[in-house]
Design a protein around this ligand. Sequence first.
Ligand code: C2E
Ligand code: MG
Ligand code: MG
Ligand code: MG
Length: 277
Amino acid sequence: QAKRLHRGRAIAFTEDLGLAARERIRLLTDLRSAFHAERLHLAFQPLVDLATGSVVGAEALLRWTTEEGDVIPPDRFIPVAEHSGLMIALGEWVLRTACDQLKRIIELGHTGFRMAVNVSQAQFREPDFISILERVLHEHEIDPKRIELELTESIAIGQIASTAAKIAEIRRMGVSVALDDFGTGYSSLSVLKQLGVDRIKIDRAFVQELGHSSDNGIADLVVALGRQMDLGTIAEGVETEEQRRYLMERGCKDGQGYLFGRPMSSDAFEAWMADRL
Ligand code: C2E
Ligand code: MG
Ligand code: MG
Ligand code: MG
């Protein structure tokens, strides 16, 4: 009886599902098969020293190419994966694939190179996260100093103390931690201080205002904050020489953006790096 009632409700529920919800389910199903069919890959975008232009590392960015050849951007599918549990497996795959690439870059001779890997909230909160990280680094024989994890401010919502403790444990391993998209979330300065990260990444939105508006306020503030708190700063979305110079003069150390290089396929990135030895 209860079962029949339940099933009846489930059907009504399915019929009521809005188009958006049905699309999300479809997207998740497709994503899951794309993952198993190895149709996901990583793109690599250089991180450079704003003053010298030399490459200091790269950020690994997830891409999904459909059978039809369309590329679906991560902003569309990661939030869907995040609410399904698939993100845990996907995240581990990203870490492993980024480590494979890092190994090849180091073998090319770029020994000081760091690989930045994005970590989602579900992944970070997973109890096994640190042991997975340790295992992957160990298996790849990678010096933890060569890895940086990018976390967003939202990771800490409602769990500041436990997040800070986990970040501290990660940093004790030698892996560095950056706060991504800084300035777009809700965290206060005291939260930033409590989290104890190595670096803050200035969100693209604030970098792109530079030179287009008279208000350079937020980018300036983030750079000053980094200096004050002795944190590294990295600007994302640097597209013009003007922006590079401005940020560099303010004391921002590193940058990432189309001015230096777009996200590239693994092969293209290795060729790009080989040209820079
Ligand atoms: P993000 O971590 O803030 O990554 C930077 C984004 O800015 C990337 O978008 C990059 O392609 C874009 N970008 C860099 N320079 C420029 C520029 O000069 N101009 C413009 N217009 N854009 C620039 P992408 O690759 O679409 O990734 C979007 C977001 O998806 C990432 O933002 C990150 O939050 C998430 N993401 C990507 N890969 C992963 C992953 O492996 N795991 C997780 N959890 N999230 C990921
Ligand atoms: Mg990032
Ligand atoms: Mg970012
Ligand atoms: Mg961003």
